[in-house]
Design a protein around this ligand. Structure first.
Ligand SMILES: C[S@@+](CC[C@H](N)C(=O)[O-])C[C@H]1O[C@@H](n2cnc3c(N)ncnc32)[C@H](O)[C@@H]1O
Length: 220
């Protein structure tokens, strides 16, 4: 790949999600990425042959522009759309530049949905976490895959915000119509500076992968 995401070096469970896709969905299936940013996961999915629906609310992430990197240097960052064009992947990707929580739930059906550390953003705190999860679940066809990696609480104020969650607490959203396939969580770890966080900082991350079960009406 000729271009790089600003988030390229942050820790991720994406390889576990990709392995689950390879087991459970067709090689040309459609995958939705909620909080697509500048394409850290969109581009590898499209390169792997999947069709992608990329949902992102941040204009800078979608169209690029000036960003401040750790070390206080200002650079022009390429946005998702220019990266897709440069890598000749734009034909496989539909970009929806919208806030995922605003308006009616998206009328899109996919074989899988993925999000990476998006729902804890403060812009989402005005809605319950269950709404974010429910809107993601609605995108997935029976037999399809739900994947989310998310921030777990580390700092004191995180404990009063339900969007910093855990695999255990998420389980209650997957009781009917879903089978949880895998949950993982890290211990606290130090993340190196990245966009928006100019210094070393501590994270704890979780993963939940689930599959939507078939009902009798889905089969016939
Ligand atoms: C931490 S960033 C993505 C970083 C990701 N780990 C990656 O490597 O690309 C999370 C992204 O989710 C987006 N996001 C958060 N809430 C959203 C919402 N309600 N609708 C659309 N995008 C959202 C943010 O704008 C941000 O670009």
């Amino acid at each position: 790949m000729q271009t790089q995401s600003l988030w390229e070096h942050t820790l991720t469970f994406f390889p576990q999600f990709l392995a689950t896709l390879r087991e459970r969905v067709a090689p040309d299936a459609t995958i939705a990425v909620v909080g697509a940013s500048d394409g850290k996961f969109v581009l590898p999915l499209a390169t792997a042959g999947y069709r992608v629906v990329a949902i992102e609310r941040d204009t800078l992430a979608v169209h690029g522009g000036k960003v401040r990197l750790p070390g206080d240097s200002d650079v022009h960052a390429m946005g998702l759309i220019d990266r897709l064009k440069l890598e000749k992947l734009h034909a496989r990707v539909r970009v929806i530049e919208e806030d995922f929580l605003v308006g009616e739930p998206l009328d899109v059906q996919c074989e899988a949905v993925w999000t990476s550390c998006s729902w804890h953003y403060s812009a989402n705190h005005h809605r319950p976490l269950s709404e974010f999860v429910d809107r993601m679940q609605r995108l997935v066809r029976p037999g399809g895959v739900f994947g989310a990696e998310f921030m777990m609480p580390v700092e004191k104020h995180h404990h009063s915000v339900e969007h910093y969650t855990s695999p255990e607490r998420l389980h209650r959203h997957f009781l009917s119509d879903w089978d949880v396939l895998l949950t993982l969580s890290t211990n606290e770890f130090t993340e190196r500076p990245h966009i928006g966080r100019p210094h070393d900082h501590t994270h704890r991350m979780g993963l939940l992968l689930a599959t939507r079960t078939f009902t009798l009406t889905d089969r016939f």
